[in-house]
Design a protein around this ligand. Structure first.
Ligand code: SF4
Length: 112
């Protein structure tokens, strides 16, 4: 679904059917310690770009809202894990690189 910031995100949900006015981030609501989501967080959130750049099925994303030290600015911080290698992925847009070594190049290209 397209976020208020105009990017596709599989975690964004909205419902305006029959007078409802519901918007939510289903990634942040999964994490009870994430902090409160608001639509403006989608503007600087890195998740839509990560989803577009890396479609690895073994990559699991977690996120939380981080407030700056002065409390003036909030942004979405991402934590990524590879469930195949069971390691933290420091650059989720690229991934841990392990699956790419295990798959033949033709299969990766076919996945798109
Ligand atoms: S905050 Fe990020 S993950 Fe959540 S709906 Fe917006 S773009 Fe998607």
């Amino acid at each position: 679904m397209r976020t208020p910031a105009g990017k596709e995100c599989r975690y964004y949900f909205e419902d305006y059917y029959r007078g409802r006015q519901k918007q939510e981030c289903r990634l942040l609501t999964q994490n009870p310690n994430s902090g409160r989501w608001k639509p403006s967080l989608c503007r600087s959130c890195p998740i839509p770009d990560i989803q577009r750049q890396n479609a690895c099925p073994n990559l699991v994303l977690e996120a939380r809202v981080q407030t700056s030290m002065l409390g003036m600015r909030q942004e979405v911080k991402v934590f990524a894990v590879c469930t195949r290698k069971m390691v933290e992925v420091t650059n989720p847009a690229i991934g841990c690189g392990e699956c790419h070594l295990a798959q033949p190049v033709e299969k990766i290209l076919k996945q798109g």
